[in-house]
Design a protein around this ligand. Structure first.
Ligand code: IMP
Ligand code: MG
Length: 178
């Protein structure tokens, strides 16, 4: 795949992200107060920066685990299933689970992962997404907590990539093709 030249315009500053992550963590801590041990599941790879910042602001006993699923690539819409590339290390039966996702776009990934983890009989399962693009939704699903609702733009940074690049930007930027 040849990449078209592009520039990145800052959309959400590192400072704004940090403030929002802190308030999300406060809401999550209140919601799960009294939990024996919350399993915070990061969806690889896009959530790795977000989950690192989020867990450090959560004031509860937690365990961290990771799940990696394939994106559906160019599969037809009706067959947009996700495949598990790397499964959780731990059991979640009877446990409270917080799924951490970078972006909810069409909604297929979140729908399938919630369904998959739901079959393992967690006590409670909720999702937190850093970004939400509601105008792109093809299946009705919402995260319980959303950092920022954004328009239909392709974004990078803070863990999120374009062709595996730009994950290390400390802010969220939108890709503008030249
Ligand atoms: P969904 O299944 O369409 O909701 O896709 C969610 C996944 O698509 C996210 O976890 C991202 O990995 C990817 N994605 C969606 N929008 C963007 C974007 O603007 N930049 C980079 N990746 C994106
Ligand atoms: Mg992703």
């Amino acid at each position: 795949m040849t990449e078209r030249p592009y520039v990145i315009d800052q959309m959400i500053s590192a400072k704004a992200i940090a403030a929002r992550v802190e308030s999300l963590a406060r809401e999550i801590s209140t919601h799960f107060a009294g939990t024996e041990k919350l399993v915070v599941v990061g969806l690889l790879r896009g959530s790795f920066v977000f989950i690192a910042d989020l867990v450090r602001e959560i004031d509860l006993p937690i365990e961290v685990d990771f799940l990696e699923v394939s994106s559906y690539g160019n599969a037809t819409e009706s067959s947009r299933e996700v495949r598990v590339l790397k499964d959780l290390r731990g059991e979640i039966a009877g446990r409270d689970v917080l799924l951490v996702e970078d972006i909810v776009d069409t909604g297929y990934t979140l729908t399938h992962v919630l369904k998959l983890l739901g079959t393992r009989a967690p006590a409670r399962i909720e999702a937190c997404a850093l970004l939400n693009k509601p105008s792109r939704r093809e299946v009705p699903v919402e995260a319980s907590w959303v950092g920022f609702t954004i328009p239909d733009e392709f974004v990078v940074g803070y863990g999120i990539d374009y062709a595996q690049r730009n994950r290390n930007l400390p802010y969220i930027g939108k890709v503008r093709f030249l």
